[in-house]
Ligand binder design. Structure first.
Ligand code: IDP
Ligand code: MG
Length: 174
C-alpha cells in the first residue's frame, strides 16, 4: 500500500456551542498540532434535513429531537445557528481527531480533551460536546459526502463524476 493510500479524511464540525464559546481558535490549534492537512472548510446554517441525515443512526433515541435542535443551534440564538464544517486529511486522522475530542459524554471525557474541557450536559439531557469528529472510515465518507460537494474540497478525495444539469437556478453576486 502506498503512503498516500493510508491517508484518511475525516469530518470535523465545531458545533454551535463551540462557536458561542469562541473555541474555534483553540480547536484549530489542536488540529494543527496533529500535522494533518485541511482540505475544506465552510460555515453552514444547518437545515433540519441535514441535521437529521447527519444523526440518522440516532433517530430512535429519546434525545433525537433535542439533538437535532442542538446541532442546528436553535437553543443559542440567531447568531449561533451555524457550525464550522471542516475536512482534514492525514495519517490515522480519524483516531487522532477522536482522541483530541474526547469521549461522547463530556463528564466521562478526559479532562484535557476538548469535550472534557468545554462540554456539558444540557438540562434537557443532550451531551453538548463542542465538536463532532467522524468515528470510522465509513462514517467519514458518508459524512463528508453529506456536508461537502466535490468542488468545495481542494482536491477530490473520493471518486467523482461529471453531470450536466439544465435549468438550475443559482444566486450570483448582483
Ligand atoms: P459521537 O459524537 O462521539 O460520535 P454519537 O453516538 O455519534 O457520538 O452521538 C452523536 C451526538 O449525540 C453526540 O456527540 C452527543 O452530542 C449526542 N449524544 C449521543 N449519545 C447521547 C446520550 O446518551 N445522551 C445525550 N446526548 C447524546
Ligand atoms: Mg458519531
Amino acid at each position: 500500500m502506498s503512503a498516500t493510500a493510508a491517508l484518511q479524511p475525516t469530518l470535523i464540525l465545531v458545533k454551535p456551542d463551540g462557536l458561542k464559546k469562541s473555541l474555534t481558535g483553540n480547536i484549530l490549534t489542536k488540529l494543527a498540532e496533529t500535522r494533518m492537512i485541511i482540505v475544506g472548510a465552510k460555515v453552514v446554517q444547518v437545515s433540519r434535513e441535514l441535521a437529521e441525515a447527519h444523526y440518522t443512526h440516532l433517530k430512535d433515541k429519546p434525545f433525537f429531537g433535542e439533538l437535532v435542535r442542538y446541532i442546528q443551534g436553535e437553543i443559542y440564538g440567531a447568531d449561533y445557528r451555524r457550525v464550522l464544517a471542516m475536512v482534514y486529511r492525514g495519517e490515522d486522522a480519524i483516531r487522532k481527531v477522536r482522541d483530541i475530542s474526547g469521549a461522547t459524554n463530556p463528564e466521562e471525557a478526559d479532562s484535557t480533551s476538548i469535550r472534557g474541557s468545554y462540554g456539558r450536559i444540557t438540562t434537557k439531557g443532550v451531551y453538548e460536546n463542542v465538536i463532532h469528529a467522524s468515528s470510522s472510515v465509513e462514517d467519514a465518507e458518508r459524512e463528508i459526502k453529506l456536508w461537502f460537494k466535490p468542488d468545495e474540497l481542494v482536491f477530490p478525495i473520493y471518486p467523482t463524476k461529471t453531470v450536466i444539469r439544465e435549468k438550475i437556478t443559482e444566486k450570483v453576486w448582483a
